[in-house]
Design a protein around this ligand. Structure first.
Ligand SMILES: [Zn+2]
Length: 213
């Protein structure tokens, strides 16, 4: 049972929880969240985010499967356990002020691409019209670099690598984790979904190129 702190408007929490659950169900129906994997979150206010509870079937998510965490990733007002990867969501909210929704999925395309491009440390997307689906990109001639970080079960290590990328001043719209999946975000659910769908498509195209060329 989620108890709401006085700083959270119940209508706001309901709106966030419903939006997360709906997105999760739709992404699950595409096969991008196999075996209860993947996690999704949304900023509720400056201090708190709503996030999927660990281990739930993402194809059957409802409002009761969403919980509150603070920006350090600790549960707020519930005994439920947030996803093991909550630290990556709260890092995005701390480091990227424009990010209000974070989506993380494990599709087959994302998983295969992460293995293939891990050697190079990044996927370099160039020449694809659909790069324009990423906010800030206005031409296929630009280069969209998606880093691939090594997988680990020790989240602080990943947080450190992502911090280092950001501290180096490099643009970051999404990242892959080797053998694992993708993280991306947006100013709202629609933008985050657009980014995720565009990246899934672009990664599939890059994989196809390696088969056909
Ligand atoms: Zn994951």
């Amino acid at each position: 049972m989620q108890e709401l702190p006085s700083s959270v408007d119940p209508a706001r929490f309901a709106l966030c929880a419903d939006a997360i659950a709906e997105a999760a169900r739709e992404l699950a129906s595409l096969g991008w969240t196999p075996a209860t994997s993947s996690n999704f979150s949304m900023r509720v206010n400056g201090e708190l985010a709503a996030i999927t509870i660990s281990g739930r079937d993402k194809g059957r998510l409802g409002r009761e499967d969403i919980m509150l965490v603070d920006m350090a990733g600790h549960a707020v007002g519930t005994r439920a356990r947030p996803s093991a990867e909550t630290g990556l969501h709260t890092q995005a909210y701390r480091r990227l002020p424009h990010a209000h929704v974070v989506l993380h999925t494990h599709s087959r395309t994302q998983s295969v691409a992460s293995r293939l491009f891990a050697r190079e440390g990044a996927v370099r997307l160039e020449g694809w019209e659909l790069q324009k689906a990423i906010t800030g990109y206005t031409t296929h001639e630009s280069v969209l670099e998606i880093p691939v970080f090594p997988n680990t079960q020790h989240m602080p290590e990943l947080v450190e690598r992502i911090d280092a990328w950001l501290d180096a001043g490099k643009p970051l719209h999404a990242y892959l984790i080797d053998g694992h999946g993708i993280y991306t975000w947006g100013a709202d659910m629609a933008e985050a979904r657009r980014h995720l769908e565009a990246l899934e498509f672009l990664l599939a195209c890059e994989l196809d190129l390696r088969v056909y060329s």
